[in-house]
Design a protein around this ligand. Structure first.
Ligand SMILES: [Zn+2]
Length: 404
């Protein structure tokens, strides 16, 4: 069943046909005009009330349809999650940074929702998986201690802004020091710095780095700092690349954002899947409220090398691979079918949301659908979709499923 999906025009999205979201939308629905000055940030596939998908041929919301068609969800998923699609599947096209954030784990989300229902609107966790479709920039997890120490030694402007006790203790740590213990006071000090002090520190730092030679500028992340500061002047989050890993993913590479892991998407296009929740604790690069006590307390202060943060898929067969995070809510499958070949998707006990990202041909469940980029299909549990590329073409699709 083909779906009509909601586009979100958040202002950080890529503009017009620069955006993969807009390209997919216009490919699947040529009648929709793309406005070159408008931001096409996200395509939402699923039943989330803020952007529910609709079954085109029936003119009903997918969320309504599944209530009357329990077989669509299947007994296993129903038992675990109820009559719902327990994940939200998205395409993101990012022009400027999204806020630095972390998401609480399940028990913590329940507690936050109970105590602060206005700020934390649901009791669910929100693990996320992002798979790059184009070169994709992100900040993710804290850096190895020695890297943060080096930055702080070379950036006295930043070090001087932090409490002397936290910074002295931090710089004295050996490489094997416990980052959970020594990094937290430094980060706390950073997040509670006076706003005017942060703004003047950023100003002083930018003025100095501007005069440095290019290799020094590059090693001290001046181009990134300048870019972030242009979009978020005076924001403490501009300093986060000195504390967090700056990752550049190639298409097909992925990161899994487990609970409490700080992250921010900076630019590029990706496929994203997440548990159904809006629980975000922000840490900068945002005009929105930052809940500093909750944030500082919950974060995962472990140091990660970049390789540890890359999340690799497993091969399922010659055509498909799956990113299977350690949560029951979702997994994402990528399927490639070459010209002259045909492929039946694997039989899953879960409902699927499937988007064609490139190629052309036919996708057949009970009725054939013309498969072209941007076409989104809902597949009931325990059904298989037959993918047949047109002559001389291939097909590439992403399929979100429950991880049960
Ligand atoms: Zn997130």
């Amino acid at each position: 069943m083909e779906l009509q999906c909601k586009v979100q025009n958040y202002d950080w999205g890529k503009l017009g046909l620069d955006s993969t979201v807009a390209k997919l939308l216009s490919s699947a629905h040529p009648d929709i005009a793309i406005d070159p000055s408008k931001a096409y940030a996200e395509l939402w596939m699923g039943t989330h009330p803020n952007g529910p998908s609709m079954i085109i041929e029936r003119g009903v919301l997918l969320s309504e349809y599944i209530k009357d068609n329990l077989d669509a969800i299947g007994p296993e998923v129903r038992k675990k999650f109820g009559v719902t699609v327990p994940f939200l599947f998205k395409i993101l096209s990012i022009r400027k940074a999204l806020s630095i954030q972390a998401h609480p784990k399940k028990e913590h989300a329940e507690e936050l929702h109970k105590n602060f229902p206005d700020m934390y609107k649901d009791p669910n966790h929100k693990p996320e998986l992002a798979i790059a479709l184009t070169p994709f920039e992100a900040l993710c997890g804290f850096r190895p201690l020695v890297e943060i120490q080096n930055f702080l030694k070379k950036l006295p402007e930043v070090a001087n802004m932090l409490s002397k006790e936290s910074i002295d203790n931090f710089l004295a740590q050996q490489e094997q020091g416990d980052s959970q213990i020594v990094l937290k006071p430094v980060f706390h000090s950073l997040m509670t710095s006076d706003k005017t002090v942060v703004a003047s520190t950023l100003k002083a730092l930018l003025e100095r780095l501007e005069k440095e030679d290019v290799p020094t500028q590059s090693s001290l992340l001046y181009p990134l700092l300048k870019r972030l500061h242009n979009d978020f002047p005076g924001d403490v989050g501009c300093l986060s690349p000195y504390f967090m890993n700056y990752m550049l993913l190639n298409p097909g590479q992925a990161i899994f954002l487990k609970p409490n892991l700080p992250h921010a998407y900076l630019s590029g296009d990706c496929v994203e899947c997440m548990a159904c929740s809006d629980n975000v604790v922000r840490a900068g690069l945002t005009p929105k409220h930052i809940d500093v006590p909750t944030l500082v307390d919950m974060l995962d202060y472990s140091s990660y090398a970049q390789e540890q943060l890359l999340f690799n898929p497993q091969l399922e067969d010659c055509n498909s691979c799956v990113w299977r995070p350690p949560v029951p809510d979702f997994a994402v499958v990528r399927i490639k079918v070459e010209s002259g070949d045909s492929y039946n998707t694997q039989n899953r006990s879960s409902p699927s949301l499937i988007i064609i990202t490139s190629g052309q041909g036919e996708a057949c469940d009970t009725e054939p659908v013309a498969a072209k980029p941007g076409v989104v299909i809902f597949l009931k549990a325990s059904r298989q979709l037959t993918l047949t590329p047109a002559e001389g073409h291939h097909l590439e699709v992403y399929q979100a499923i429950c991880n049960v």
